[in-house]
Design a protein around this ligand. Structure first.
Ligand SMILES: O=C(O)CCC(=O)C(=O)O
Ligand SMILES: [Fe+2]
Length: 230
């Protein structure tokens, strides 16, 4: 199989120790250009095909301080049935090795299919994935489409080492812009995060989010994933 991603993306861009320190400090580690050109084209085509099964969501999530969800989503249970490609990529040995090098332990698959690998599409003005924390500790977010201009919104905003969603409006919040083919790794259970609203129509932001667990950790799941992907 032609490669979908650069297995050496971490090693090429970081000293491993520095990457781990940065991830531990910031709760966020950018992986620019993780996908190969072939990988981006293939996964884009796959997401276009899957989008027909996706559902429009427009609600306030009660368990996350009523933060808004205005987006189109497809849950991991459907993707597991419909996309062998994404199902395989999620469990790819080289991808897991890259993640292990960044976080300092081998991430394990999330037990629940629904939360494992999801597709999030922002495609209308004001679309946003409001403030939250994830149930599981590690999220690899892979960009298939993104507005080229940061002024168009769709930025990931995050506050390290806090689960308080009110912190998102404080001075500790940081934003990052990514291009298609980029990815980032997030310590998603202890880093409050959101995606800023699209400021105009005619732009799209599509990501795959791969969630991973820690082998030893107990997880208290929230209703959030079922509300957004069920
Ligand atoms: O789209 C993003 O950048 C973040 C996605 C996310 O936070 C999630 O799916 O839980
Ligand atoms: Fe998240």
């Amino acid at each position: 199989m032609t490669r979908l991603f650069h297995a050496d993306a971490l090693a090429c861009q970081y000293d491993t120790g520095a990457a781990r320190t940065r991830f531990a400090t910031d709760g966020y580690l950018p992986l620019p250009g993780l996908l190969t050109r072939h990988g981006l084209a293939t996964l884009r085509a796959e997401s276009r095909r899957l989008e027909r099964r996706a559902r429009r969501r427009d609600f306030a999530m009660a368990c996350m301080d009523g933060s808004p969800r205005r987006m189109t989503t497809l849950g991991g249970h459907v993707i597991a049935r419909e996309s062998r490609l994404i199902h395989r990529l999620y469990a790819d040995g080289e991808l897991l090795a890259l993640l292990a090098a960044a976080v300092g332990e081998k991430p394990t698959a999330v037990p629940e299919a629904l939360e494992r690998h999801v597709l999030n599409i922002l495609h209308r003005q004001d679309d946003t994935h409001g403030a939250h924390t994830d149930d599981y500790p590690y999220a690899l977010v892979v960009f298939l489409e993104a507005p080229p201009d940061p002024a168009d919104g769709g930025l990931v905003e995050f506050t390290p080492h806090t689960t308080a969603l009110t912190a998102m409006t404080g001075t500790g919040a940081r934003t990052a812009h990514h291009a298609p083919g980029d990815a980032y790794l997030l310590r998603s259970d202890t880093t409050a995060h959101r995606v800023t609203p699209l400021t105009r129509s005619g732009v799209r932001r599509t990501v795959l989010n791969f969630a991973y667990a820690r082998s030893d950790a107990e997880v208290r799941t929230t209703p959030s994933a079922h509300e957004l992907y069920g």
